[in-house]
Design a protein around this ligand. Structure first.
Ligand code: RP5
Length: 163
């Protein structure tokens, strides 16, 4: 049975940006679940989800948060599954605060942190797919094809610009 990706976020206000993540998982037909779980507002529910994630057949957890962004770290504290943190720009500090909260994990509890906002959201999905592809040849083929297509698109744009 294929492993799933969990996409968790601190608030429904994060959903707009996280669509960039969800759409990539859909494009690659990766089974996934999207949850609103908060490290601060629903800490018990969040901890329960993360501690059961491996048993519930998840392979990777993507965690996005913007305000006092502890969600990825809180997930990682409860599981040895890989956790990818997506810092979001939700405060007057434009996401720099979320970046530091997410990336500066103390030694022993890793969180793979991507960039702030929609690029990070997209890359979180691609990174999760690359992790799952280590044990899934179909997914490996798809991710290589995705890269080739992207390369061709950029070459075409360059040729168009110079023709
Ligand atoms: C964080 O606080 C959430 O991840 C969100 O980015 C931010 C603000 O949440 P709301 O007040 O919009 O619900 O926990």
């Amino acid at each position: 049975m294929k492993k799933k990706v969990a996409v968790v976020m601190g608030s429904d206000s994060d959903l707009g940006v996280m669509e960039s993540c969800i759409s990539v998982l859909e494009e690659f037909e990766v089974p996934h679940m999207v949850r609103i779980l908060s490290a601060h507002r629903t800490p018990d529910v969040a901890a329960d989800f993360a501690s059961n994630a491996e048993k519930d057949r998840f392979g990777v957890i993507i965690a996005a948060a913007g305000g006092a962004a502890h969600l990825a770290g809180a997930m990682a504290a409860q599981t040895t599954l890989p956790v990818i943190g997506v810092p979001l720009a939700a405060t007057s500090l434009n996401g720099f605060d979320a970046l530091l909260s997410t990336v500066q994990m103390p030694g022993g509890i890793p969180v793979a942190t991507v960039s702030v906002g929609k690029w990070g959201a997209k890359n979180a999905a691609l990174l999760a797919i690359e992790i799952l592809a280590l044990a899934d040849t179909t997914l490996k083929r798809k991710i290589k094809a995705y890269r080739k297509k992207m390369t061709k698109t950029v070459i075409k744009k360059d040729q168009k610009l110079n023709s």
